[in-house]
Design a protein around this ligand. Structure first.
Ligand SMILES: NC(=O)c1ccc[n+]([C@@H]2O[C@H](COP(=O)([O-])OP(=O)(O)OC[C@H]3O[C@@H](n4cnc5c(N)ncnc54)[C@H](OP(=O)(O)O)[C@@H]3O)[C@@H](O)[C@H]2O)c1
Length: 304
């Protein structure tokens, strides 16, 4: 079973990744959408499922023979179910006495010929991540795409932030992203792709956004090194470094201790554009994806 995993899929850019990827993933049996809250994930899964069904109908009616349609006809539901059932039986045989139910609380929805699975997991919590890793072990998928998009950050002077706010940023952006990548890597094959969401904040230190910028500098550095390590396995790693993007992230980040400055408002990008570029860059095996001229300048300026 081939799967794609997208974290932070309940909102903003993660949601956009899911929306843009679902119709074009032709060799994928399931998309696993991860976030902390389950409800928005289920809403998205339903929405995608409807859109894909509509697309399938349109393809049939127009006689269009694009790749997605061809696959819809080639692989029947019963074939996919049979394959999954086979894997499940195999896993049960090999792993007796496990505590973890292979289905867990996962909800499955039919979408085109791709299943969309929604999984609520707090990625900042190592125990919950370990439980997710057990689900991976039981289902034993091939992961063709991993998108680490979940992230958080609070704007404000370091001494004003609470210890909880500081540690949550590090636990999610640094530890969670690293551990999830580590858990997923054994399931990745030649041609698999990893997309890591950093930020233009990674390019230089930022007063009043110190922990967030440092966490993204970590993601940037880690991802570039990983790209080098995985080159021989033909797994590509693309680190995405947008400037301000119009998502709920900004309300959350600037909600408590400060206001966004004019420059950030001026350079604000749309999430669909950032994601489209990131997917194209990943497909073209680029190691860094930077959307928009202002952020490209910021990158060059930081490098100089
Ligand atoms: N927006 C920007 O200006 C901007 C710029 C550069 C980089 N980025 C980065 O882009 C990524 C996506 O951000 P966004 O702008 O799309 O923000 P967003 O709309 O706030 O989305 C954040 C996502 O992360 C998930 N998440 C938060 N805490 C989690 C946890 N503990 N466990 C699992 N999932 C968790 C959220 O899930 P729940 O809804 O369940 O909480 C949500 O799906 C982040 O890494 C962010 O740092 C954002």
């Amino acid at each position: 079973m081939n799967i794609a995993i997208i974290t932070g899929a309940s909102s903003g850019m993660g949601r956009e990744f899911a929306t843009q990827l679902a119709p074009i993933l032709t060799k994928t049996d399931e998309i696993w959408l991860l976030a902390k809250r389950k409800e928005p994930l289920d809403d998205l899964a339903l929405e995608l499922s409807k859109e894909l069904e509509l697309k399938k109908k349109k393809c049939k009616n127009s006689g269009n023979n694009n790749k997605t349609c061809v696959r819809a006809e080639k692989v029947s539901e019963s074939q996919i179910n049979l394959r999954i059932e086979k894997r499940r039986r195999h896993s049960r045989k090999n792993r007796t006495g496990r505590k973890c139910d292979p289905n867990g609380s996962l909800k499955r929805l039919r979408a085109h010929d791709i299943r969309i699975r929604t999984i609520a997991v707090d990625i900042s919590n190592e125990k919950k991540l370990a439980h997710f890793a057990e689900v991976l072990m039981i289902r034993n998928p091939a992961i063709s795409v991993l998108i680490n998009c979940a992230g958080t950050g609070i704007y404000g002077a370091f001494d004003k932030l609470s210890r909880e706010e500081v540690s949550q940023t590090v636990k999610l952006n640094v530890v969670g992203l690293t551990q999830l990548t580590k858990y997923c890597l054994p399931y990745m094959r030649r041609g698999s792709r990893i997309i890591q969401m950093a930020s233009a904040a990674a390019f230089s230190s930022q007063a009043d956004f110190a922990v967030y910028a440092a966490s993204k500098a970590y993601v940037y550095s880690f991802s570039k090194a990983l790209a080098k390590e995985l080159k021989s396995r033909e797994i590509t790693v693309t680190v995405v470094c947008p400037g301000p993007v119009d998502t709920p992230f900004l309300n959350h980040a600037y909600g408590r201790y400060g206001k966004m400055n004019r420059l950030k408002k001026f350079t604000m990008a749309k999430p669909d554009k950032v994601v489209r570029k990131a997917l194209a860059d990943s497909k073209n095996k680029k190691r860094i994806s930077i959307y928009g001229i202002p952020m490209k300048f910021a990158y060059l300026f930081a490098k100089a």
